[in-house]
Design a protein around this ligand. Sequence first.
Ligand SMILES: [Zn+2]
Length: 202
Amino acid sequence: MGSYPEVVERAIEELSNLPGIGRKSAERIVFYLLDRPRESAKKLASAIYYMREKVRFCEVCNNFSQDNLCPICSSDARDRTMLCVVEQPSDVAVIEKAGIYKGLYYVLLGSVSPLDGPGKNSGLNLGKLASMLKRFPIREVIIATDADTDGEMTALYVQEFLNDHELDIFRIGMGLPVGANIEYMDATTIAKALQCRVKMRL
Ligand SMILES: [Zn+2]
């Protein structure tokens, strides 16, 4: 297809299959690697290979982990009375980066869609969530699924599942993004922000 040797073409094709990487970017990466010592391409290839071989889901919370238990579930420093429910392991990484939450997580590995139709027919496996509630003295749950239709539906589904337990259940706050001007916000965001208002004088 191109004028490159077959092995180069193959590398470009594999790279352009990755999210966010088009053929142009793939070519740039390949040229960069060809310009570097062989060792750097080898390091990259082996890092990707071992990452894929070693990483699995934590057997307790479904977060990415190298061991049976992820570093968060096995840490004594975490607040084991708090649980944050998210859709994907990447959500854990983002919340951790904020540095404010010190509790545990439960990763759903998906969401419920209204297109799935009515009833409790989601593919979500909440069995592990029930085990977590037995394993840890959890008293508070924050449901931090996305603020879109699927995320809202998933939040309701999880809330229903948790209703039988003695827990304080919260939905993550939604509203104005930091730095936003009210005049440019859409009505749904404003409505959410008003619902999630915070008392200034206690
Ligand atoms: Zn874990």
